[in-house]
Write a protein that binds this ligand. Structure first.
Ligand code: SAM
Length: 179
């Protein structure tokens, strides 16, 4: 199952760190890519692709123009839309059903104000508690539940470096490429 994040309402400058962190969390927790809607911000793309180059994997970064069209086309392709929102159904109530579907998933996280039509077109409006907090946190918890904690076992292909976990030291191994 392919997981793509749709980040709505990105405001260059103001949301630089938050959107970068959404992408880094998505990648580290096993999603396949992100589509950023709002302002085009090539610095963010460079930063994520730089991390991908060093730490491996195949995470994709794209910019989307019209989010309504992206949502419509995703649905027309027979895939699912999961919108993370404080107003939705609590994650533990729907996670088993979401996990059992083999359809690709677009996971929508909002920005300043999410339009009504996103709630309407989503297959699931899912809350990570019904308290307002953060799109980064909401995404991390969703992906953790969805994969059943598998983010701790992920291996990223074609990495140039790999961190060796250690209780005290900062250890990083350089991986030699053969070609
Ligand atoms: C800082 S919130 C602002 C949402 C905005 N006030 C609105 O009503 O549309 C930005 C995003 O964080 C995510 N978010 C925040 N709290 C959440 C929660 N408790 N459960 C799920 N997602 C949440 C949602 O994706 C939301 O669109």
């Amino acid at each position: 199952v392919k997981l793509i994040i749709l980040r709505l309402g990105h405001r260059p400058i103001r949301d630089k760190r938050v959107t970068t962190h959404i992408a880094l969390v998505a990648r580290a927790f096993g999603a396949d890519g992100i589509i950023i809607c709002g302002g085009k911000d090539s610095k963010i793309k460079e930063k994520i692709l730089d991390i991908r180059e060093r730490f491996g994997g195949e995470f994709s970064v794209e910019f989307g123009e019209k989010f309504s069209r992206i949502l419509r086309e995703w649905k027309e392709g027979g895939n699912e839309i999961i919108h993370l929102t404080v107003y939705g159904i609590p994650l533990p109530n729907v996670i088993t059903e979401i996990q059992s579907s083999k359809k690709d998933k677009l996971i929508v996280v909002g920005g300043p104000k999410v339009p009504r039509r996103v709630y309407d077109i989503a297959d699931y409006n899912v809350s990570i508690t019904n308290q307002p907090h953060s799109e980064i946190a909401a995404l991390a918890i969703f992906l953790d539940y969805f994969s059943g904690g598998n983010e701790f076992k992920l291996k990223f292909k074609n990495a140039q470096v790999e961190i060796i976990p250690d209780a005290k030291e900062k250890l990083m191994k350089e991986i030699k490429k053969l070609d």
